[in-house]
Design a protein around this ligand. Structure first.
Ligand code: GLV
Ligand code: MN
Ligand code: MN
Length: 389
């Protein structure tokens, strides 16, 4: 099934895929999903936050829900997100072929803007649904072209006025199981289950200095915000100790010209560690270093926390139950965030991981062997049968 969507959202400049929420490729994928779900006799609805739900039988409470997302990071791989969606549909195929019908409500969900690749906040669809983000804050989020979420939703035919916490949709989820490609080198067998997700968040550092001429301005006369921005990058690497991760993957100088000293530079920090205290301490260390470097250059610094989520420990009983139903597969922690991590604060949630031989993710080299993908589909079908019989 991934072959069917292999040409959608290819990014010829960056390589890989850029399938951003409510932009044309992601809308095409949504359309494709609806078509595939209908072909299997599922009833599709879109909730008030732009998440899709394909119900096998009647919609109802205490549902078993599986699924993932179809959007990608800029220049991302083919598997992060879509594998969970295609595997869910293929698990339905396997179960329908053997005459199985779930004995409780069952749905395949596709969550909106999981990566935060367009509007900056990850897991936006599940955060909105569960009330983990204020709706006005979410609607005002801007993409790199200055388009707000509200504008993008409206342009795509969704009603932004309906966005916000969706108690009914949340109540309907009895258990959520997300299948996902493993994103590191943590899985040596085809399939495993998740134990935990690192605490993680995103911070935006805005350094302000003085825009000026690259040739006419003496070094001693400059207030160049790129200087403290560079210090921040190095401080992040230094502060990430003992298994912590700190990443600067995005720097935007304004106005951004080769012969122009920037007037402002925005730097986005992604920081992750095992718990709140360690993550916060790491961000404080990086912020202090950035503040000191800004002062030394005569620049100002504004820091905004764009999103944060504490450590997720997946429901132990559900995790062990699934691992056992799959013949005793291993449980492993992950450093990657997921909608499953957001929903875990509200309902018993689990994840099934499929081995990634490259150990690379959020890049075109992300991969899973066909045999492992097939194993993942069978594992998800077994899980659904086990939990909905
Ligand atoms: C999403 O994949 C994330 O971990 O940021
Ligand atoms: Mn994902
Ligand atoms: Mn991802």
């Amino acid at each position: 099934m991934l072959d069917q969507i292999a040409d959608v959202g290819r990014d010829v400049q960056r390589g890989g895929y850029s399938r951003h929420a409510y932009a044309a490729p992601e809308l095409e994928l949504r359309h494709w999903f609806v078509e595939q779900a209908v072909r299997r006799g599922l009833n599709v609805e879109t909730d008030q936050n732009g998440n899709l739900w394909a119900w096998w039988g009647e919609r109802g409470d205490d549902a078993l829900v599986t699924g993932s997302h179809l959007d990608s990071v800029p220049g991302g791989g083919a598997f992060d997100g879509p594998l969970g969606v295609t595997s869910s549909l293929q698990a339905v195929d396997l179960l329908q072929a053997k005459g199985f019908t779930p004995n409780r409500p069952f749905a395949v969900a596709v969550f909106a803007e999981e990566e935060g690749g367009r509007f900056g906040v990850a897991c936006l669809g599940s955060r909105l649904l569960s009330g983990a983000i204020d709706k006005d804050k979410a609607l005002g989020l801007k993409d790199p072209d200055g388009v707000t979420l509200a504008e993008a939703m409206r342009a795509a035919g969704y009603d932004p006025d309906r966005v916000g916490k969706d108690e009914k949709a949340l109540r309907r989820i009895g258990q959520f199981v997300e299948l996902h490609v493993e994103q590191g080198r943590g899985l040596a067998v085809p399939v495993g289950v998740a134990s935990s997700i690192l605490a993680h968040g995103r911070w935006r550092f805005t350094f302000s200095g003085e825009g000026n001429h690259a040739g006419a301005t003496l070094i001693e006369d400059r207030r160049d915000p790129m200087i403290p921005a560079s210090h921040l990058v190095l401080a992040a690497r230094k502060a990430a100790r003992g298994g912590a991760r700190a990443t600067v993957g995005r720097i935007v100088p304004n106005p951004g010209g080769t012969n122009v000293i920037a007037s402002t530079v925005d730097v986005w920090l992604d920081a992750r560690d095992v718990d709140d205290a360690r993550t916060r301490a790491m961000v404080a260390e990086i912020s202090d270093a950035a503040g000191k470097a800004a002062r030394e250059e005569g620049c100002e610094l504004r820091i905004a926390e764009e999103s944060y989520g504490g450590t997720v420990h997946f429901d132990a009983a559900l995790r062990d139950d699934i691992a056992q139903a799959l013949g005793g597969v291993p449980a492993l922690p992950t450093g990657a965030g997921h909608d499953a991590g957001i929903l875990a604060a509200h309902v018993p949630t689990a994840m099934v991981f499929v081995r990634n031989p490259t150990g690379v993710s959020h890049a075109p080299e992300e991969f899973a062997e066909q045999a492992d993908v097939d194993e993942g589909v069978r594992a998800l079908a077994t899980t659904i049968e086990h939990l909905a019989s």
